[in-house]
Design a protein around this ligand. Structure first.
Ligand SMILES: Nc1ncnc2c1ncn2[C@@H]1O[C@H](COP(=O)(O)OP(=O)(O)OP(=O)(O)O)[C@@H](O)[C@H]1O
Length: 235
């Protein structure tokens, strides 16, 4: 079953006289439980596609369905609620809050977005920190961590609210090759452990190699996808 579907999605930016089609009539489906990568050259529309799936942006034309809901039709408040309940995000620059400890960074969405009582928050945070191998660092501040450790914490934060879908825009861009591979492996383990669907964008061939499904974008056009065997099917 598809968890995410883009149905004839176009996203146009008007820059004065010039119109840029960041995405042109893109239709694609991401299955539930997928470990999927959006790939393509710089400017091909990867971030635009992730922003649309994350209900952070709306299509100029077409429809974006996530978990059976037409998220292109949600207003700001409904969109925020949807993100809090169903989605997790991982960013290339980690986006951890420097004044909060590791534990508090992971706890933050439960407190601020889901308004969860303290006695419920603690066990969830501990479980997810354990899962990403960071439970012994929970008192530290982000500045005391390596890049790979920061991204582990960010993955924990993305997962703590038990989202259906985690979206990660170039999650390994600020990591060295070996650490990048470890972070991707961790995300895959988390998919296996929690059943969460992952969609990430990447430029890095080694990271692409770990994806189970690849969606190829070129100049805003979806040109095809390949599965585990690496055969490209035209869109
Ligand atoms: N806010 C915006 N205003 C105008 N044009 C935009 C905006 N955001 C993206 N674009 C344009 O849309 C196209 C797709 O951009 P997008 O960021 O989705 O590509 P990308 O594949 O993620 O690129 P990169 O790999 O460099 O991050 C580009 O031509 C870009 O210049």
């Amino acid at each position: 079953m598809a968890l995410v579907s883009l149905e004839g999605v176009t996203r146009t930016y008007d820059l004065g006289e010039v119109r840029v089609n960041a995405l042109s009539d893109v239709s694609l489906e991401v299955e539930k439980g997928a470990f999927a990568a959006l790939v393509g050259p710089s400017g091909s529309g990867k971030t635009t596609a992730l922003n649309l799936m994350g209900c952070l942006d709306k299509p100029s034309q077409g429809r974006v369905m996530v978990s059976g809901q037409d998220i292109s039709a949600l207003d700001r408040k409904q969109g925020a609620l949807f993100r809090g309940e169903k989605l997790g995000f991982v960013f290339q620059d980690f986006n951890l809050l420097p004044v909060l400890t590791v534990f508090e960074n992971v706890e933050y969405p439960l407190l601020m977005i889901l308004d969860m009582p303290r006695d419920k928050r603690g066990p969830l945070v501990e479980r997810v920190l354990e899962a990403v191998g960071m439970s012994n660092q929970s008192h530290k501040y982000p500045a005391q961590l390596s890049g790979g450790q920061k991204q582990r914490v960010a993955v924990a934060r993305a997962l703590v609210g038990k989202p259906e879908l985690v979206l990660a825009d170039e999650p390994t861009a600020n990591l060295d090759g070996k650490t990048a591979q470890k972070v991707i492996e961790l995300m895959k383990q988390m998919r296996d452990a929690f059943g969460t669907t992952f969609v990430f964008s990447t430029h890095d061939q080694r990271v692409m190699d770990q994806a189970e499904v690849l969606f190829y974008l070129e100049d805003g056009i979806f040109v095809g996808h390949s599965g585990r065997k690496g055969q490209v099917e035209n869109a």
